[in-house]
Every structure is written in C-alpha cells, then in structure tokens.
Design a protein. Sequence first.
Length: 293
Amino acid sequence: MMDCFAALAMTNKERRTMTLPRKPKGFMFDLDGTLILSNRQLGSYDPIPGAAHALGELDTLGIPWIALTNGSAYPARKQAPRLREIGLPVPDEKLFTPNSVAAEVIKQRELERVLVLGTQGVIDALTELGVKCLNPDDGKGLTCDGVYTAWHPECSMDHIHRACDAVLGGATFLTASDIPFFATKEGRSFGYSCAINGAIARVTGIEPEPTGKPSDHAMAFVAQKLGIDAAHVGVVGDDATAEMQMAVTGGAIGIAVTSGSTSTEEWADQPPEKRPDLVISSIGDLASACGLS
C-alpha cells in the first residue's frame, strides 16, 4: 500500500483506491482542530474551512456520523447550538463529550457518588446523565467511590488534596482526558484535566482511567452510537494520540487532518501505533478522498 503522505500529492481517485484499508461506513469527528478552532477560554468558535461541506455531504449520502470531542466544559445541549450558529450542521443528538462516555462507565461500575473536579458545566452534564456528583467546594469530609477530573480552570490545591484523599481511600480515578494539548485559534493550549491528573497521580501513585479519546471506552461508545462495527468507523481528527491511537488500537480507520495540532510533516513522523491510514489537507475533501462520492 502506498505511503499515506505520498498520497497527498495524488488525485482523489488515486488516493481512495490506494490508501484506505476499507471504505468507511460511518464517521466520528473530533471538534478542536478538525471541525472548529476555539479560543483558549472556549468562549468563541470559528469553523474550519470545508467542515460544514463535509458534514452536509455525508448527510446527503446517508452516511451516519457523530462528533466526539475531548472537551468536557459544556453539555452537548449547550455546545451544539453554538456550533450551528457558526454554520456547522451538528444536531444535539450527534454531539458527545467524554462526560457522555463517563456517565456510562460510572453506571457500569456502580459508582454511587463521584467527586467531580470540573466546571459547573461538567457537573451539569453528568447530573443530567444520572450521575450523583459531589462538588469539592461543598465542604470537607465528602465521601465518594469515584473521582472524575475534567475541564477545571479554577482548580485549587484544596480540590487536588480532596481528590488525592479519595483516590488513596480506594475511589476509582476517572478522567475526561489525559491528552496534554489541544488546538486553538491562538495555537496549542494545554488541557487542564491532564495537568490535574499529573498532580493527583504524583501524590497517589495511581494513574487515571480516561473515558474520552483514545480510550477503549470511547471507541466502543462511538461504534455503538453509529450502529456499526469499529472496523468500519472512520475516525477523523488532528491529534496523533487522541484520535489516531484510538483508531489503531480499536481497529478502526484513521483519517488525519492538518488543520489542527499536527502538520503533514509531523504526521509522517508518527510511530505505527499512532499512524493514520490517510492524511487529507482539507476536511472538505473527506467524502471524495474516502471514495464515497
């Protein structure tokens, strides 16, 4: 099979016959760096050129897709309307966050009380999904059987202390994301949950279990929502660890874009466990590059 980077210079017809191991039957899209670029405070969004066209084309072709962001700051019902305001046709029911996956994991593990290090938006999202959330500001002596870290710009040392006490006491340690960076309009920005995780893990010696990408939980969630086997899911993203590692580990189809955190040259340097099946320079070319149109 031809190297996917040499394929960047080829025509769409040549690319679709020589790079993908099989034709995708459905797609999962990342948000930051793939469909949008936000500012570092997540207060404003700009669509990436071609993103609306790619989603619209899949809808026209009747091909299922969802968006799964590693961003956990807002419930989907609040974030999806903001995407539509900038021209991206993302219905509420097609947008998911790590909180969506975490709620399922928490229920499966029968965790009854979860200490949440996250914004009120994180707590709201989990509460709406049936999780009993504890806020670290609610007082000392909180007892819980789970700790969940997410987007938390106002995290304090007191919050970290309470989380460490809980984890050392046997609480399950979950996180929305352990990815260190994400793409924004101002360039690369670090993920708060990753930094918080580092502090808790350093103190307790226990690493967090991610619920977002690239976890097995996230890959299984995506396949279930699309209603297809993971092998036929096209995972579209800009991050080698978050999206491409998940695709490789999960046996899915990795489709990389160059509009976010990873350049064409950087994609070429990825190890096999993070190497995409296809790199496209424009998200608007997705359907034709995959042989769907």
